[in-house]
Design a protein around this ligand. Sequence first.
Ligand SMILES: [Zn+2]
Length: 354
Amino acid sequence: MTSYESPTTPGPSGGDQLAWEAWPTLFEHVVGAPSAGLHEIGIDEAAGLDVPSEPVLTVVHDPAGNDTGETFDTLSKADRIAAWLRARMPHRIRFLVGDPVPMSELAQTHAPEYLEAVRDGEPRELAESSGMSWDERLWTAVMASTASVRAAALAAWAGRTVTGATSSGLHHARYDHGAGYCTLNGLVVAARAVLAAGARRVLVVDLDAHAGGGTASLIEGVDGIEQVDVTVLGYDTYESRPDARLEVVGAKDYLDAVRRALRSVVDPGTVDLVVYNAGMDPHEWAGGPAGITTEVLRARDRLVMEWAEAHDLPLSFVMAGGYRTARWDLDDVAALHGVTFEEALRSLGRRAAA
Ligand SMILES: [Zn+2]
């Protein structure tokens, strides 16, 4: 499959698509104000032209997050996703880079000795406990990835809008070690940052193929952070509890399980921010069960976004799983993640019209 033909080509069904090419050229009409913790890159030079407003999605992406010897998709796909967005919807995305995460904040989520191991490479076994090989650039890369999640969450909350980050490799990471290609748990770092900024309740919606056992362990006993989790693969599962609810399902029940998870949120109007771990690895071509197609994942993303809209909740999403297979190269994976950005833009459009 060639690049940029996805996301409609993967999966058997067609489905409606946004007609990107038909949209007028426009620049820099940002829905929601940029907040502290961000600085701009890559804004079109014609910013400020007086053209009719169409939603523009704020996406936090730091190329440093890719800049390591580790070539596993979790880190390397972020640049491909940004390239796909630039090629496919150049005037609908506003790229930003997040400010570094203060060590004092990181130390609330991870053990100092683990952070030092990832930074220094010693002990090597701990430094590589996520499964990714260590080199001297890994620390910079995972810090950049974490900073992006945090900045996107802060921007969504401050602007009461929808934002995204190109980061992956978050939800399996524990307090004192990595796991499942997740080094630092940016979901929890971001949720804590938003709470510290004044929010009272952050909901993590984890729809990656694998369960978010790292997040569940890290938010236990933390006031103000809860998780709903639907998984199609039995990795990193945990016992459901009131603040971290997990359901393991097959393809047939997938969208219903997502609905159930969202409905299980008590008093949703009091959620201050939804952090959406939008893994694409439930896809049947990416290791998920037969029947979960691109269109199913598009419907899933739309469910989440419409639920957030219905309760007037800001939402920030990240990439999570989605991998090269014999059938798909990294550009195809990037295009599959593009579905989430398309649905986020639709959500912004609906929010602006409401
Ligand atoms: Zn996964």
